[in-house]
Write a protein that binds this ligand. Sequence first.
Ligand code: ADP
Ligand code: ZN
Ligand code: ZN
Length: 820
Amino acid sequence: MTPVKQKPIRPHRPIVSVAVALPVMDCYSYTVPDHLLALIRTGKRVLVPFGSRTVTGYLIGSSSEPDSTTLKHILDVLDDAPLFSSAMVPFFQWIATYYMYPLGQVISTALPAGLNLTDIAVMTLCPPGMAALTSDAVSPLEKTVLTALTKRPMDFRQLKKDVGQRVPWALIHQMRQRGWLVVERQIKGGQVRRKTIRMVRLAEGVAESGKISPQRQAILDLLRQQGGLSVPDLSKRVPTAASLVRAMQKAGMVRIEDHPVYRDPFGDPIDPDRPPVLTDEQAEAVNRMTPLLGKGFRTVLLAGVTGSGKTEVYLQLARQAVDRGLHVLVLVPEIALISQTERRFRARFGETVAVLHSGLSRGERYDQWLRVARGEAGIAIGARSCIFAPFETVGLIIVDEEHDAAYKQDGGLSYNARDLAVVRARHQNALAVLGSATPSVQSWHNVAIGKYSTVGLTRRVNRQPLPVIQTVDLSQIRDERGIRRYITPLLQQEIQKTLDDGHQTLIFLNRRGFSVFPICAHCGQPLRCKNCDISLTLHKQANAYRCHYCGFSRPATSTCPACGSDKIKLLGTGTEKIQEAMVQLFPQARVARMDRDTMTRKGSVVKLLKDLKNRNIDILVGTQMVAKGHDFPGITLVGVVCADLTLNFPDFRAGERTFQLLAQVAGRAGRGKQPGKVILQTFNPDHFSITAAKHQDFVTFFNQEIGFRQALGYPPFTRMIAVRLSGRDPRQTGIHARALGSACQDLLHPEGPFHRQVQVMGPIEAPLARIANQHRWQMLIKSPDTARLHRFVNQLMLGPNALPTRRDVRVTIDVDPFSL
Ligand code: ADP
Ligand code: ZN
Ligand code: ZN
């Protein structure tokens, strides 16, 4: 009888799944050593061996791997508390799959930057380590490490530099287990701690004895009156307080308490407000959406004309959600707008509001994130990255100005926060509310096919009619010269009238700088960027020609690089030239400008908006920054200098963008007691994007646009994925692009599943073929069938026959691209 071969009995070991923060698509399984078992929880970071390296990864759950024999161990658990809840894992996984981006890097993107970069492990030598130094049983490498640590505690990176050779983390781990050293996690740039000085009760006697120095006496008096005080506060009254309190602590007179505090991103406090009585339409909107709270996933499009009071609807709906114990996420497209929305929410909800956006310092952002993660905030407001706010669950997600292109992230994980809002709502059974006066074609299509429901606000709160829009045909302006071709007689007249009435004017031109097309008067060559295939822009204030793509700049005194002539004609008007013209034409007016050049400093937007509100500005010139969502009752006139700029973009959404931008900027007029007027100058007065914008009539616009989209096979009837290539060498980049192109053709063969189902356009050189000396190619892949499209690109990029990647050519995937 042959003995039955028995499987070796192995103790049951838990196996966990880890997403490493590296550009690899798969997750990896690791076993957990006994001493770390108690620390394991989804959402924490771990150190794991990966190839020959030690890398950080995220615990995303237990693994279904059946066999642990070949698996490696987790080396360490890095966090005391999870950074994300397990409820977020399916959301992250969805994002990784849909955007074809490594899960670990998706999670890194979702976490605040301060957290990822500044966490370090500091190693400190212990007495047994000291003793080991003299022992013979220590390996040379261990000895080197111990010697290095006798100098000072250091982190892993410093150690490797100090010893000048590779030190495996596993070795440190062993040394730690032997008790030779301790490893402490320090999050640099984490929460700040503040010291509070308190008087110790026993000091009462001393304080009244009069036997101490006058300064000490003063300190004790202050502490007795005020309870605890910080050293800076004490120092204001007793300049030497900092050194005194330490001595007083030793003498047992005071106690120094050390506790974490949140950095305050808000600045000035806000007076609470009382909710206004809603208009009938607003009340109807709130009443229709309230019953949907806590009842599972739904998406509602709130289509309300400009000034119809959408924000008030958000506020009252959020109140209903908060009262039901639900968390609320509010997305706003731009930082400039966040301050306005944030203030209105803080006035209504006070302390429970957290803000998350890039206008905050790293530390502030980290603290706000922590408040959300700890459940101390119930409402998070922010720009697109706020969609990752670490609420364990969320009940209501509001996306204001849902049509806005700023929700699309370009570069890195190229997600669309508006789309992710709907996805997160679905994962967490929440209500998603997308609001806009000019809903995107995509969203209105979803209403049309019954995927979303809709609620409308058709009238302005103040009962003012929508502004009257008068078009000026720029092609008819022949007799005027120079800037007067752009500030037409009618526009000039209307500005004068508005000034005379004491009202405010907004002048909109979607192009910054002074001259966007400087050209040599002698040889006719335009002044171009050295690194890009694009014309430079003259910025008078900065006294330089600048490239808007790579930042290249030359002095404003430059001569023509082709012929040396110093006669440069400054063609092409930008906001700076318009501002100058305004000052010349209306010398008595106070003129300001709002664009990316003037709004660089922190707080400059808030200050400018305050000046506008307080009527310290008569004429505001600006780019699309001024077009969005702001509410200024004093503005009665809006002038659109040239409505056609966005219309000529090589992008199938050009018409949609133009309609939205014009309708939005027109919507800034007449929001107060006075009716508004808009002068809209254009070379294409009959284009339907422009005529529809005149009436803020997005349904008419949609009905026409959707026909084009269908006829040409554009979204929402198809989905698109852009594959972009860039490289320093134009030839090699082209070769790789064409190789990828022919790989596409192979996949499209007539017997395959993609034939006639997937369409590949390109590869072609990008419209801007060179940016920052990178030569750019692109391919556009589209299909009416999303799943098939994704399978196609997956096979192309990651399948067994995928082209090997190259070091010299970067390939990126952009799912649902915005600019082509
Ligand atoms: P939208 O976002 O739709 O353009 P807002 O929400 O900014 O409009 O509202 C426009 C203005 O009307 C704001 O100043 C707001 O405070 C005010 N408002 C909104 N709803 C009411 C209301 N029910 N009663 C009085 N004022 C209101
Ligand atoms: Zn020249
Ligand atoms: Zn450039």
